[in-house]
Ligand binder design. Structure first.
Ligand SMILES: Cc1cc2nc3c(=O)[nH]c(=O)nc-3n(C[C@H](O)[C@H](O)[C@H](O)COP(=O)(O)OP(=O)(O)OC[C@H]3O[C@@H](n4cnc5c(N)ncnc54)[C@H](O)[C@@H]3O)c2cc1C
Length: 304
């Protein structure tokens, strides 16, 4: 991208925050996979974000909001448009009794630590999920019978008209790894209703959840967590394992030998390797069990 690029010129006129050009998205994903984004932008504040999304809408520039990149497979060609990173923008945490408000750019682990010290209980089963609040809300992240949506009072979003809006838990209609966020909206902050808890007991609970993760998940290798959603009445991991796919490998992408619903990057896997492996696993499971697995991970930069 040259400095004569007219889109860049306009972005520079409007955006106060930092703009990176041709930023490799593999630097921002837990898979360590993904080509360049034309523009990778850290908006300075809410107004900056609003001006940025407004400009992109006017000029037809595609926008993608990235959280911690822990549920993403980004294509090797990257993304033609603007990737918005709010991790430096919405980092506040405020409390009012046991009601806690967290900016969408706060890491879930950071919020859980904050709450544990102060004895605000509820989020403990989610310890170890590596996302940010915005990404966790967008996907209704969950573990061990708890989903983030269970604890939400309301969420503030920047909608597609670039206006700040409040969405209640009922309006968001949280489901299994789904949230009814209006299309094109960006989560800015979330308000949680937590309960009084004992910090020591909360810490013990978290440690036991994290121990379970460590014993069952391939946490030492890059991945994007569970690849497929849980099908009705079964587990994706069981189906994949029983279909004989554990250890299946394309290039440096491999179905984990530790947890069959994880694909791990054992070296320099390309997105195309992971995508082919996903297809192969889906086809094999379908042929063997007649079950169509639905991906849990999100795809960016692919022609789907
Ligand atoms: C080792 C490992 C373990 C995991 N364990 C779990 C688990 O137990 N349970 C679970 O549910 N998930 C798990 N995950 C997956 C992942 O951490 C969650 O899905 C998490 O919610 C993703 O958050 P993120 O910030 O990384 O989002 P990203 O991956 O960056 O983005 C995911 C989606 O959210 C959207 N998004 C991000 N931020 C915003 C925002 N502010 N506003 C609107 N949309 C936004 C993105 O556009 C994208 O569509 C795991 C992942 C790994 C690598």
């Amino acid at each position: 991208m040259s400095s004569e690029d007219p889109k860049l010129k306009k972005l520079k006129q409007v955006v106060k925050g930092k703009i990176l050009i041709d930023e490799l998205l593999r630097e921002h994903t837990s898979f360590k996979i993904g080509g360049p984004a034309d523009y990778y932008i850290f908006p300075k504040d809410l107004e900056d974000l609003s001006n940025l999304t407004s400009l992109c809408q006017q000029d037809g520039i595609p926008v993608f909001v990235i959280g911690n990149g822990t549920n993403l497979l980004v294509s090797d060609d990257g993304f033609r448009g603007v990737v918005v990173d709010i991790s430096r923008t919405f980092r506040h945490i405020k409390t009012k009794e046991t009601q806690v408000t967290a900016g969408a750019g706060v890491s879930l682990s950071g919020l859980i630590s904050f709450c544990t010290i102060r004895g605000f209980s509820g989020l403990e089963p989610l310890a170890g999920i590596p996302g940010q609040i915005g990404g966790c809300i967008a996907l209704n992240a969950g573990a061990f019978g708890r989903e983030i949506g269970d604890l939400i009072e309301y969420v503030r979003i920047l909608d597609k008209f670039h206006t700040l809006e409040k969405k209640t838990k009922d309006e968001l209609n949280f489901g299994y790894r789904t949230t009814n966020l209006p299309k094109g909206s960006i989560v800015v902050e979330a308000v949680f209703n937590l309960a009084d808890g004992n910090p020591k007991e909360m810490e013990r609970a978290q440690n036991s959840y994290i121990k379970k993760r460590k014993s069952t998940q391939p946490l030492s290798l890059p991945s994007a967590g569970s690849v497929f959603k849980r099908p009705q009445g079964d587990y994706a991991g069981r189906l994949i394992e029983d279909a004989g796919c554990k250890g299946l490998r394309i290039g440096d992408a491999m179905v984990s030998k530790k947890h069959a619903n994880f694909i791990v990057n054992v070296g320099v896997a390309r997105a195309i390797d992971v995508a082919r492996l996903i297809d192969e696993v889906r086809n094999t499971v379908f042929k063997r069990f007649g079950v169509t697995l639905e991906p849990e991970i999100r795809f960016l930069g692919f022609n789907l």
